[in-house]
Structures are given as C-alpha cells and as structure tokens.
Design a protein around this ligand. Structure first.
Ligand SMILES: Cc1cc2nc3c(=O)[nH]c(=O)nc-3n(C[C@H](O)[C@H](O)[C@H](O)COP(=O)(O)OP(=O)(O)OC[C@H]3O[C@@H](n4cnc5c(N)ncnc54)[C@H](O)[C@@H]3O)c2cc1C
Length: 278
C-alpha cells in the first residue's frame, strides 16, 4: 500500500520543530522513519504533515559527562553499535543493539525514535528502564527531564506531549561494580522479541544489589518483577524464577503461559551474566 498524501517540512532547529508541531495538530516528527513510514504505508496513521528532524544540528552526539552517558536522539543504531563510549559506559545498550531488526534498519533507525515510539517489544525502552535512565525533551515551555519509570505510560504511549521533541537519553555510566545482562527469544534473529530481558545490578561482595530486571514483549510496556529482583539480590535464582511476578498478555507470537515460561528461561540466562565478573 501507499501512504495517504502528506506535506513535508525539514526543520532546521528545535524551536522550528516545536513551533511546527504547535501549528499542525496531526503532524508527526520523522527521524529514521523505520517505524513511522511502515505505519503510513499500512495506513495505520495518516498525518497531514511530516516534520523531518534530521537537519537539526547537535542531536546525534554521544558524550560521557558528570557520571552519565548522554546519547543524542538522532544517534543511529549503527552509530551507537560502533561507539567505544557506549561499549565502555553503557554495555547493556551495546549488547542490545545487534538484536534490533537488521543492518539496513539500524543504519537509519535512531535511538530517540525507538524510545519515543515505545514499542512494547523493543529492546531500548527496556534497557533505559533497567539502567534507571532518563529522557530529555524540549517543548513549548522549554526543556525538561523525565525519569524512565515515569516515561513509558502504556502501549505506544509515553510522557511526551504533542509538541515535545525527545532530544537525548541519559544513563548512569558503568562503574567497576556494574553488572548487566541481556537475552531475548525471537523466531528469527532481527525479529521483534517474543520475550526479552534487559537487566542491571551492582556487584556487592559475592552477591548482587540494586537488581533491576526489565522484561519486554510481555505487556503494554517493559515491566519489572520486583519480587524476582529481591530474590536474585539474595542469590536465589530458583526463587527468582518461581516468584516471577509478571502477567504476560497473549499475543500473535505466543500464549501468556508460554511467555511466562520463556521469561523464566531468560531469567536464568541473565542471572548467570549478572553474576559474572566483567
Ligand atoms: C523490519 C523492521 C524490523 C524492526 N525490528 C525492530 C526490533 O527488533 N527492535 C526494535 O526496537 N525496533 C525494531 N524496528 C524499529 C526500529 O528500531 C526503528 O528504528 C525505531 O523503532 C524507530 O526509530 P526511527 O528513528 O526509525 O523513528 P521514526 O520511524 O522516524 O519515528 C517513530 C515514531 O517516533 C516519533 N519520533 C521519532 N523521533 C522522535 C523524537 N526525537 N522526539 C519525539 N518523537 C519522535 C515519530 O514521530 C514516530 O511517531 C524494526 C523496524 C523494521 C522496519
């Protein structure tokens, strides 16, 4: 299918993009286009105007500052995959990136687009939640920062307002005690996950502390099973699996019961990764 007709404007500044969103109630921002163009082609969405943000300077930097790693919204998945800074300071994101679609998609798709789109089966929203990260957005009232746990509101729904542009994400930079784990099950490599798990923790003596497990592909947003996190922090993997406090949805890929079983399988794999020294 072809998309419904739309107008196109290339914004040259954040202020211009925000103003254009204000003037056109059903406009959409265009970043990498890897999700948006598919929804237009399938006529799931028919905006009257696409506002291309690829010409706005300064949105694709990756910087280590103030104990955090900041990644600009227009950073392509492929650019992030090659980044030494991300490999060194945000290993969880580095491990997740190769699971996103295929090379052609990663060449165009952006980290900001993936976080703003908030697909429930996407890898990066779960990483942001597991790493206790945050999102910067600029709207008509200026810039604000939104914590990951307050950002993902529901199915493809975020805390971004109609006139907000996501400008960057930030995660705490890894320390020598940081531990991360990532695993997903998909029918073919590059497909969206049936179930996935992004996790972070802090090594604490021979055990773990601050365990954060973010399962994706199981509900409207990535979800944290808090009882399992506590069990894993006490070193009991069997208890972490037995108490998995998740209520997956049935979807086209698998039933809720299968997803819950797979979540347990992933939890054991990721627990081993978390317990390994870096
Ligand atoms: C075949 C295929 C397989 C894929 N597999 C996966 C996968 O396994 N895992 C995965 O995570 N993704 C997958 N994707 C999606 C891919 O990761 C996209 O790149 C990503 O979801 C959206 O990024 P984008 O830059 O392309 O955003 P776009 O498609 O340009 O935009 C997506 C949405 O986000 C909004 N948006 C974009 N940027 C901003 C911003 N800065 N501020 C506010 N709103 C913004 C847009 O208005 C739009 O509503 C796949 C895509 C395809 C086509």
């Amino acid at each position: 299918m072809k998309p419904a007709p739309f107008a196109y404007k290339k914004a040259r500044s954040l202020a211009e993009a925000v103003a254009l969103l204000g003037e056109n109630a059903d406009a959409r921002l265009l970043a990498g286009g890897q999700s948006l163009i598919a929804t237009l082609n399938m006529r799931l969405s028919a905006p009257s105007l696409l506002i291309d943000i690829n010409g706005i300077g300064g949105l694709d930097g990756i910087a280590h500052k103030g104990g955090a790693l900041e990644i600009g919204a227009l950073t392509r998945h492929a650019q992030a995959e090659r980044s030494d800074l991300i490999a060194r300071h945000a290993l969880l994101i580095a491990r997740a990136l190769p699971h996103i679609g295929h090379a052609a998609i990663r060449n165009r798709g952006t980290l900001g687009g993936s976080i703003a789109f908030a697909d429930p089966a996407a890898e990066l929203p779960a990483c942001l939640l597991a790493l206790d990260g945050e999102v910067d957005a600029t709207g008509p009232k200026g810039k604000r920062t939104i914590h990951a746990q307050d950002f993902f509101k529901g199915l493809f729904e975020t805390a971004l307002g109609a006139q907000d542009v996501l400008t960057a994400i930030r995660v705490p930079a890894a320390t020598k005690d940081s531990r991360v784990g990532f695993a997903e099950l998909a029918r073919r490599h590059g497909d969206y996950a049936m179930v996935g798990l992004a996790a972070s923790a802090r090594a604490d003596g021979k055990g773990l502390a601050d365990v954060r497990l973010a399962f994706f592909g199981i509900g409207a947003t990535a979800m944290r099973p808090h009882k399992s996190e506590l069990a894993l922090a006490s070193g009991n993997v069997d208890a972490a699996v037995a108490t998995l406090d998740l209520e997956p949805n049935d979807d086209l890929q698998a039933t809720a019961a299968v997803k819950k079983h797979l979540a347990g399988v992933l939890l054991r794999r990721v627990a081993r990764q978390l317990m390994e020294a870096r």
